[in-house]
Design a binder for this molecule. Structure first.
Ligand SMILES: [Zn+2]
Length: 87
């Protein structure tokens, strides 16, 4: 797992919870991910702490792969022309 959440028994630097946006105060218990921020332990319950990785929109996978399924490729037509020219 790339994410490395650490349970802090006593927060040193107050920060907003990433999930509920409420303040986590100095001395509170919180989940901390380096470079990302803090979460209340109860805010991370029920699932793994949220991973804030977002994926860029991918044109290739968002496109319907069957869009042109009934069309022949130019390679097909080139081969067909070559075949016809042999007769
Ligand atoms: Zn929270």
């Amino acid at each position: 797992m790339a994410d490395n959440w650490i349970l802090l028994g006593s927060v040193r630097y107050p920060a907003e919870c990433l999930k509920c946006k409420k303040m986590i105060h100095r001395g509170d218990t919180a989940q901390w991910l380096k470079g990302i921020g803090l979460l209340h332990p109860r805010c991370s319950l029920g699932s793994k702490p949220i991973s804030y990785v977002t994926y860029p929109k991918n044109a290739a996978s968002d496109k319907n792969p069957f869009e042109n399924i009934l069309e022949h490729t130019s390679t097909y037509y080139t081969a067909k022309e070559w075949r016809v020219s042999r007769d």
